[in-house]
Design a protein around this ligand. Sequence first.
Ligand code: ACO
Length: 399
Amino acid sequence: SLDVSTLTRQSGLTALDYGFVNTAATKSSITYIDGDQGILRYRGYPIEQLAASSTYLEVAWLLIYGEMPTADQLGEFDEKIRRHTLLHEDLKHFFSALPHTAHPMAVISSALSALSTYYESAADPSDPEQVELTTIRLLAKLPVIAGYAHKKATGQAFLYPDNSLSFVDNFLRLNFGNMAEPYEIDPVLSKALDRLLILHADHEQNASTSTVRLVGSTGANLYASVSAGINALSGPLHGGANEAVLEMLGRIRDSGEGVSKFVERVKNKEEGVKLMGFGHRVYKNYDPRAKIVKESADEVLAQLGVSDPLLDLAKELEQIALEDDYFKERRLYPNVDFYTGVIYKAMGFPTRMFTVLFAIGRLPGWVAHWREMNEDPQTKIGRPQQLYTGSAARDLPQR
Ligand code: ACO
């Protein structure tokens, strides 16, 4: 590969690449994707194997530290995360200042910025010990913040974390438990959520991860960088797609227009009509994560005893789209977000929490990339070029 930055600097050329379709901004040893073949590997391990037989915390360790953890390493990591789940009591007042109608993505990104104010002197990017502590604090506290965002939206009391519970069980309790009665963990739900978090844990230089790296390249700390990543993730073309898919399915059902009619409108490129959850910048084949999610959707709904006509609608939509020339020619396949919403809904999460679940899943990836960027001696402040198309030099009119 060419080192374009050196080449273009020397030659005076500037490459114009809208959407960075063909420009690498970094080297990375974290995640490998082959979009033509539908391959995804974290640190060399196939996503299928990780989803089948590892846990989210193991994968978080793998992404951040490069190897699968030993039992001792995992135990220590888990223990440290459990010890850091509590939020400063004052931070609870922050939630009171927001309307209950606030989108939970806006709540968690701003809460994370607010969280950083408690650790200003302990988040120095150049101090490895502080980076380590911040890593743990983020992993421990984001799920609690997310649980509070959910409770805030539903008008229920916040719960303190229960550190006797595993990472995922603690998160489920914070979302679905209440003050009046003990919360019973459903192992099916817990396992399914753990697997979904694994599937979202990293995806190399996507928009939010690139945002985290870009912000981090300025010397900003991990809190600031991850908060920016959450905002990048919130858009409907990125993480927000899981929410948009369910809204789309609901609209198709409510309109009664039928799936084929809707697909026609997509193909006619009617304003604002896209097949959400389809297409990917990198995958020009079936997204391997979507394959796993699709298999889990049936399994999870059956085990939870839920039947959802939206899942049938999603399958019908997929079938019609996959057989249609418009989608074939453009190599558009379901992405990870196409079926996740149906599962999150069956678990009881409101639609507006879906992207928050994505953010919790993606957190280890963001942290791993920020740390890789921070440790790479070749890192420079990110600063894209532009081709100026405005006015030539001119003088203000005489006044
Ligand atoms: N529905 C209908 N047509 C589509 C879709 C779609 N979901 N996605 C792409 N196309 C069409 C485009 O209109 C374009 O057609 P044209 O050549 O006739 O103009 C062609 O396919 C190529 O699309 P691009 O927009 O150039 O593809 P790009 O790589 O820039 O975009 C993206 C990728 C943003 C994911 C796009 O496919 C999309 O908007 N999908 C829907 C939103 C979505 O599901 N996002 C989640 C992505 S995965 C994630 O973040 C976890």
